[in-house]
Design a protein around this ligand. Structure first.
Ligand code: UGC
Length: 250
């Protein structure tokens, strides 16, 4: 998707963050994790049905598919888009203490749509290749207009269901990183700041990527640049073998 908005990073501080294992509850503020509830722990309760003449278990609504382009204002029609991203393993850096890190230089967001990344061809057993999901909350923009009431959003409204997160910059002090296995897909919530996909390990990952778009660059994708040496994610010592292939790209 063509980037459009580039915002210089105002934060001078330097941060190093750990990467935890990806699970639905830790990722909930940023979106959804899609995984087989029967083979993963910690899955929130999901509904299932029998399908395919009794040979399949059908888990219902494993992720949402919807958009908020109606808020974009320009009246340009949106459509569902399915792309493929073939993501090469990223180059990592070993610091003076021997820690392997990934330097984060860019975040982006899709203000009016969910975006789902579905890795293909990797199973739970492929521990030599995984991917990092790096996300940040959105800082509030101070509202200078006094609000007459503080009534909660009506049920079912965009605000109540966690719609677009506002136009603020990412909160670099609360950025988080998760290590996803090849049998996990992720859906970024609308407007969620995230790093471009970071594959770790031995081989590229082919992702099927599902989202909405209207072809207007600033509606579809906005970017936020981060200066060098400001933010890095520790990817060594991640635990349970998730990052054992990471050093392949040093
Ligand atoms: N996340 C990622 O790798 N890229 C995008 O979200 C994109 O639309 O370019």
């Amino acid at each position: 998707m063509p980037p459009s908005t580039k915002t210089p990073n105002p934060s001078p501080s330097s941060r190093r963050i750990p990467a935890g294992n990806l699970d639905p509850s830790s990722f909930a503020p940023f979106g959804q994790v899609i995984q087989n509830p029967a083979t993963h722990n910690g899955e929130p309760k999901m509904t299932k049905a029998s399908a395919n003449q009794g040979t399949a278990t059908k888990w219902l609504d494993v992720t949402e598919m919807r958009n908020w382009y109606g808020q974009a204002g320009g009246g340009k029609e949106d459509r569902a888009v399915v792309n493929m991203f073939v993501c090469e393993p990223r180059r990592l850096r070993e610091d003076s203490k021997g820690e392997v890190v990934f330097d984060v230089r860019l975040l982006e967001r899709h203000p009016y749509t969910l975006q789902t990344f579905i890795p293909m061809g990797l199973g739970k057993e492929n521990t030599g290749t995984c991917y990092l999901v790096i996300v940040a909350p959105t800082l509030p923009i101070p509202d200078l207009t006094p609000s007459p009431t503080t009534t909660p959003p009506p049920p079912g409204s965009i605000e109540a269901v966690g719609g677009p997160k506002g136009s603020g910059p990412p909160d670099l002090d609360d950025i988080q990183a998760f290590i996803a296995r090849g049998d996990q897909a992720v859906t970024y919530g609308p407007g969620t700041w995230h790093a471009p996909m970071v594959v770790l390990g031995e081989k590229p990952i082919e992702f099927v990527v599902v989202q909405y778009a209207n072809g207007v660059a600033n509606d579809d994708c906005q970017e936020f640049e981060i200066d060098a040496d400001v933010l890095s994610v520790e990817v060594s010592g991640g635990g349970e073998g998730e990052t054992q292939g990471a050093k392949a790209r040093l």
